[in-house]
Write a protein that binds this ligand. Structure first.
Ligand SMILES: *Cc1c(COP(=O)(O)O)cnc(C)c1O
Length: 468
């Protein structure tokens, strides 16, 4: 009896020629559409065979509309790849959504300067081969006060390169409270093992004193390492050693001091009413030998890692063959240069770099966005779900300012007809996909991370969802 039902399944060719599916071959390459059809038909065949009863098998919808919908879904899931997304999670540095969104200036630099050939590694005056990092190094030194700098693929690579160069086969002294895991499998003890450095832990989880470091120094010590506790906070009875004191200890005992800062803030956030996050400049002023940080966290640029500090050490790093393996491409250099140029004037940086701008967006502006969103919805949608503006907290994310949320305004959605998981899934199915938070069966849209021109897009998506 199943044979009869199986015969009702259309063939690949029938589907390809149907008016519905032939629309898809205009959008996606034909081979991909054929593959999606095969996948969908195979799934249907499987679920028909699984049904024991004829009547049960008959309940499976084989209409062209249904099949078209499944094929389209399969194509979208498999082949959409990287593309624009709307971040309504309120997490500013969201690793899943690409961490720092780029400034217009950086995006234009990629689009404009790199379409054809570019001056990546050439000296214009002599026409000879130049140095890829020349301009970006100058910018980093100008902004941070460092003597020299180098750019690699990310901060993980920066740390590995620095440890490999300065401490292979030597002891590295680090406080127990700083043996951190950053996520995405970056764990300080593992990175150290990989670099061939020997870990020497000092102090306790909550307290480490300068004498803990000085007592641990031996003839085998190669480096004193401080790691910023980027993504957690130890509260209460605590003691850490200031970078300045570590630097003087290093200088007296002739041992370089390295600081893995992680977040890479180039602007002091405290005057703007945000919690203090150590800046690169203050660490350089404290006399650190080497500092490493990400370029796509608080700095707000493309993915990358910067190593800056004393020329003597940076030059050593530049000669390590790993530097070639960690080399960044022209897309990174272009976007990073454009982002760094904005930091030459702090006002510009704060206005134009989305990460900083989003952190500092006043509550009134976010409130206005929420109101505009609600006013733009039809009464039909408002009847389908209850929609309101509520207070909430945005998060920095990306291992910056842990535990220090920023007050925000959220749109809260709740429907009797559709649960929060379904609403969120439908929003993610939109083009462009919209990512939201779910809390206690409410869908929450944080307007802090939503661009002004995306507000209407979310409203239209919601109208469509409620129109089903
Ligand atoms: C984020 C972070 C890293 C890793 O940086 P990536 O750029 O993600 O590779 C390393 N160390 C610290 C302290 C960090 O905060």
């Amino acid at each position: 009896m199943h044979q009869d039902i199986l015969r009702l399944i259309p063939s690949v060719n029938e589907l390809l020629e149907s008016p519905e599916v032939s629309k898809l071959t205009g959008i996606y390459p034909r081979t991909l559409v054929v593959e999606a059809i095969r996948t969908v038909l195979e799934d249907i065949r499987q679920s028909l065979t699984d049904k024991k009863e004829f009547a049960e098998a008959q309940t499976i919808d084989l209409s062209p509309q249904k099949l078209y919908h499944l094929i389209q879904q399969s194509l979208r899931q498999k082949f959409c790849g990287i593309g624009h997304a709307i971040n309504a999670t309120g997490i500013i540095l969201h690793t899943g959504l690409g961490r720092a969104p780029l400034a217009d200036e950086a995006a234009q630099q990629i689009q404009g300067a790199l379409k054809g050939f570019c001056t990546l590694e050439i000296e214009r005056q002599s026409g000879r081969r130049g140095i890829r990092y020349h301009h970006v190094e100058q910018l980093i030194c100008m902004i941070t006060g460092a003597e020299a700098a180098l750019v690699v693929n990310n901060n993980a690579a920066a740390v590995l390169l620095a440890l490999d160069t300065l401490a292979r086969g030597k002891e590295v002294i680090i406080s127990r409270s700083q043996l951190v895991e950053i996520g995405g499998s970056f764990r300080m003890p593992d990175v150290m093992a990989k670099s061939g450095a020997i870990l020497v832990e000092v102090g306790t989880t909550n307290k480490t004193y300068l004498t803990d470091y000085s007592n641990a120094i031996t003839e085998h010590t190669g480096l004193i390492l401080k790691v910023h506790q980027s993504n957690f906070k130890i509260m209460g009875f605590t003691e850490t050693v200031d970078l300045k004191d570590l630097v003087s200890l290093g200088q007296t005992r002739n041992i370089p001091v390295m600081y893995d800062l992680g977040s890479g803030a180039l602007v002091d956030l405290q005057p703007f009413g945000l919690p203090h996050e150590p800046t690169v400049q203050e660490s350089i002023r404290a006399g650190v030998d080497i500092i490493t940080f990400s370029t796509d966290k608080l700095l707000g640029g493309p993915q990358g890692g910067i190593i800056a500090g004393k020329k003597k050490w940076v030059d050593l790093l530049k000669r390590n063959p790993l530097t070639r393996a960690f080399r960044v491409g022209k897309l990174t250099i272009a976007a990073l240069e454009a982002t760094l140029k904005l930091y030459l004037e702090e006002n510009l940086a704060v206005q134009k770099i989305p990460v900083l701008h989003m952190m500092l967006t006043p509550l009134e502006v976010i409130e206005e966005r929420c109101k505009r969103f609600i006013n733009g919805l039809t009464s039909k949608t408002k009847a389908f779900m209850s929609i309101s503006m509520v207070d909430g907290i945005s998060e920095m994310g990306g291992g910056s300012l842990p535990g220090e949320g920023i007050p925000t305004k959220l749109i809260s959605l709740r429907s009797e007809k559709m649960n929060a998981g379904e609403i969120a899934a439908q929003l993610r199915g939109n083009t462009p996909p919209i990512f939201a938070r779910i809390e206690q069966d409410h869908v929450l849209l944080d307007m802090r991370t939503v661009y002004d021109d995306e507000v209407d897009t979310i409203a239209v998506a919601l109208e469509n969802i409620c129109g089903f």
